[in-house]
Design a protein. Structure first.
Length: 509
């Protein structure tokens, strides 16, 4: 059976990776994705929470001899997504499912539109999901083998995940509850705690390393330092590694956004999700109930049921109450847990049908086939069109040029950059800043250029006082200053002219 599982897991990984490669973004992207494509190469810290471990792992992919740097960082997401799908299969098998239901749950996750889209771009969500699956797998392996080394591994990966995506840490509550119900052995707890401590140590070391490099393309130089005063900070308040770490882990610009969605809006979000995933939720509920049902070979798995239930509730409560426009990406950890339960639910239903007296032996198999059809039928058209178009699902119209004509998109940025002096400073929006960084720093090696987000605090449309001081000092030092939008705020103090690049140049009067 282990050989069969290994063969199926390998096949599943290759198939999922092939699917994601088919729709992988071919080059430079936008916004956060452009940031990750840049800092993975330049070894910079990202926007909160910094993602130092992600950056170092993605950096390894930039050495691959395929495509350009942007494509290689996109590829990292695809590999992490395929790994996640594979371990969903293995975890579901550990929980007692036969191969077919386990494959069903894994494949449901593989083609889930939100997860699929994140697998095609440079982002942290599939790498976070991969770490989450590895943590769960290690915990379940400990339960099966009684070897505390698996708890050490789970703790290590959990601590390390703080440098991947902090949503992985939300699983900590479920795992603590699981351990409380599963062991009283001091050695088990010590192994888990030691793993967490070492994982956190590696995370902090990676943060200190990247912070010491102080990449000009990193988040601090792009966003924070020129605009410190917008958060009531001075350079003296932001001159140590501890202060940098605190800023990323407890970002002032995100205060008040956690658990800040009004109950009515949270219910609307939940209703929208339930309306799209009702079949998965029904199967998932069946799978959860089945874990409480004693099985002849394994007995009740009520502890595992509690593990998955607490994790599912924790992930979804966070996503439903997080007050950001793209809150739905935070569904991904919950969707991972739901995929496990879907596989178990299919197993439970087929087994229940098989226990009905005087029923022909073929009926359970027919029920299984019907569940497969019901699970995948709504997505057959999407999967087919996505495969033929080579575009991942859920794309907005404005995103399609990044997949269909990447050279043209990159060319627009290159034409803007070619008119800039090698020591120029440009204030622009978040999306444009990292595309310019990628073109100039990664492709052209023009690392003397600096790009800054003009208004880094949402709701603030005035330049920070510290940014004004930075502009004056830079002009005095002979550096050209440009804005992508006319900075009317500066009109009384500086001369503003339209440059040949279409940018606005700022000069002393």
């Amino acid at each position: 059976m282990k050989r069969l599982d290994s063969a199926l897991a390998l096949t599943l990984f290759i198939a999922a990776l092939a699917l994601y490669l088919r729709t992988l973004a071919p080059g430079l992207l936008y916004g956060d994705s452009a940031e990750f494509q840049t800092i993975a190469y330049a070894l910079g810290l990202g926007h909160p929470t910094g993602y130092p471990v992600y950056v170092l792992l993605a950096k390894l992919f930039t050495f691959l001899p395929v495509g350009d740097v942007a494509y290689r960082v996109n590829l990292f997401s695809a590999c992490c997504a395929a790994l996640t799908v594979t371990f969903v299969f293995l975890i579901t098998r550990r929980l007692g499912a036969t191969p077919t239901p386990a494959l069903f749950g894994a494949l449901i996750l593989a083609v889930e539109p939100l997860f699929w889209k994140q697998a095609a771009i440079a982002e942290v969500y599939t790498s976070g999901a991969a770490f989450l699956t590895l943590v769960f797998y290690a915990v379940l392996q400990w339960r099966e083998t009684k070897s505390p080394r698996w708890l050490f591994l789970a703790g290590f990966l959990g601590g390390l995940s703080l440098g991947i995506h902090t949503t992985v840490l939300l699983s900590g509550l479920a795992i603590l509850v699981y351990l409380a119900f599963s062991t009283r052995q001091r050695g088990d707890w010590l192994h888990a705690a030691l793993g967490v401590i070492i994982g956190l140590t590696v995370y902090l070391s990676s943060f200190i390393f990247l912070d010491s490099l102080n990449s000009s393309a990193g988040y601090f130089n792009t966003v924070v330092r020129p605009s410190l005063s917008v958060w009531g900070l001075t350079p003296a308040d932001f001159d140590s590694t501890f202060e940098h770490l605190s800023f990323l882990l407890f970002p002032p610009q995100f205060k008040g956004q956690f658990f800040a969605v009004p109950p009515a809006e949270s219910l609307e979000r939940l209703a929208a999700f339930l309306g799209e995933a009702w079949l998965g939720l029904l199967l998932g509920l069946s799978g959860l109930i089945s874990l409480f049902t004693p099985r002849q070979e394994a007995g009740s798995r009520w502890r595992e049921a509690i593990l998955l239930f607490v994790a599912l509730i924790t992930f979804f409560v966070f996503a439903l109450t997080y007050n950001v426009y793209d809150y739905y990406v935070f569904y991904i950890p919950g969707i991972f847990v739901l995929a496990l339960l879907v596989g178990l639910g299919m197993q439970a239903i087929v087994e229940a049908v098989g226990q009905i007296p005087r029923l022909p032996r073929q009926v359970p198999a027919v029920v299984g086939i019907l569940l497969l059809v019901a699970g995948f039928a709504p997505q057959v058209g999407q999967i087919s069109s996505t495969w033929s178009s080579r575009l991942p699902p859920m794309l907005e119209d404005w995103e399609k040029p990044f997949y269909e004509s990447p050279a043209e998109v990159r060319g627009e940025t290159e034409r803007l950059a070619e008119k800039l002096e090698d020591n120029a400073i440009v204030f622009t929006d978040w999306d444009q800043a990292y595309r310019l960084y990628y073109v100039t720093h990664v492709l052209q090696g023009r690392t003397g250029l600096d790009f800054h987000e003009t208004f880094p605090q949402e709701g603030v449309s005035q330049l920070a006082e510290s940014a004004l001081g930075y502009i004056e000092a830079s002009l005095s030092g002979g550096r050209p200053i440009y804005f992508s939008e006319r900075p009317s705020q500066l009109a009384s103090k500086f001369k503003i002219t339209r440059a040949g690049s279409g940018l606005f140049r700022i000069e002393k009067k």
